[in-house]
Design a protein around this ligand. Sequence first.
Ligand code: G
Ligand code: G
Ligand code: NA
Ligand code: MN
Length: 253
Amino acid sequence: LTLMSELRQAIEKEQLHIYYQPKVSVATGQVYGAEALVRWQHPKHGFISPDEFIPMAERTRVIKHLTSWVLKQSFKHCAEWRKRGWELTISVNLSAKDLHDPELPDVMAGVAAAANIKPGWMMLEITESSIMTDPERAMEVIQRLHEMGYKLSIDDFGTGYSSLAYLKRMPLTELKIDKSFVVDLLKSENDAVIVKATINLAHNLGLQVTAEGVETQDVMDKLSSYQCDLAQGYLFSKPMPFEDFGAWLAANR
Ligand code: G
Ligand code: G
Ligand code: NA
Ligand code: MN
């Protein structure tokens, strides 16, 4: 049995789980939302990182099932938290393949209706490179998702190819600064310059900014001096299962 065929069955066998990592307001410390990150608990090989199985899934139609499953689960969880009065914005990662699938908006409409969530509660993370492989086609899907009310975020900003011309034309809510620029913010003058410039660029385009990979209070203070909007990282919490996130929220709200 290949890992690929096992992945195909992992969903039915309930081997996939979604972990949540909080996003926190830099200015107030308030919890803004969380990013949904998929995990594969393989019975023999143990934990397998999405960095390994997402690219594998993307080479086949499995990615479509995987994305639908992640959307279904995270929408359900979001609805559950909203019912408890927690007004969180939940971020979900889309792959390049998803962005080029003209059926995605219809799939999402079905999933949102079934879970009884408003699209405005969800933020969809897309990477620069996934847009740039076929910008016109990606733009059509992005435009439709925006019209449905979904928030859109550019993930890993600064690490891929991107065109500022497309950035300007896209209906975005957020830029997410990649952790590779954030972790050494205090040690690297170049990283500091990049982070500061990215925050200013985003704000001048009317976008909010999340810095990921925030591990220390010193980095948090620096981000605060740069007027960064949101932070995500081990300083607050590692990604955690649905139940643990509920407990974390109750303790940290
Ligand atoms: O979870 P971790 O911190 O290891 O994430 C590794 C990578 O996997 C990140 O690039 C993240 O964006 C990606 N990833 C995590 N969950 C999903 C998912 O549900 N769908 C897609 N397409 N990518 C994901
Ligand atoms: O590619 P994407 O940015 O979506 O993935 C986020 C990844 O970053 C996940 O694998 C997550 O586990 C990881 N991560 C989250 N917070 C931190 C952090 O504070 N430091 C580091 N080094 N990695 C982090
Ligand atoms: Na992401
Ligand atoms: Mn990222």
